[in-house]
Design a protein. Structure first.
Length: 120
């Protein structure tokens, strides 16, 4: 499983939140707007991050327009589920990890888990 660095996560958050694909320049201005300092990153920095995300299979580049536009390959929820599965897979005692996880969820989340498990 590929993890995300801080800037990669910020870019993915924007791609996951928006319904449309974005260019590096779109992302550059959105990141500056969300920055605490208001500092704008260089377009080359954004393009480097997008290239890394493409290599990690988080984004796909739409090559039919200039500048190229990028979109998330999968939803944020799919990524989060993959992370949860990776953590569980690395545990020597999966039952203990699951038990601890379930012991920390809210009653609403527990009910959601019951409903999901009953439907499978």
């Amino acid at each position: 499983m590929n993890s995300l660095g801080e800037l990669e996560r910020s870019v993915m958050d924007l791609l996951w939140t928006g319904a449309e694909s974005l260019s590096a320049y779109d992302l550059q201005s959105k990141l500056a707007a969300h920055s605490e300092t208001g500092r704008e990153l260089a377009a080359t920095t954004i393009l480097t991050v997008l290239s890394r995300l493409e290599n990690k299979h988080f984004v796909v580049r739409e090559r039919d327009s200039r500048p190229h536009r990028y979109r998330a390959v999968a939803a944020r929820e799919a990524h989060m589920a993959d992370l949860m599965h990776e953590v569980l897979g690395g545990a020597s005692d999966r039952a203990a990890v699951l038990e601890r996880f379930v012991g920390q969820v809210s009653s609403e989340e527990a009910e959601t888990l019951r409903r999901i498990l009953n439907s499978h």
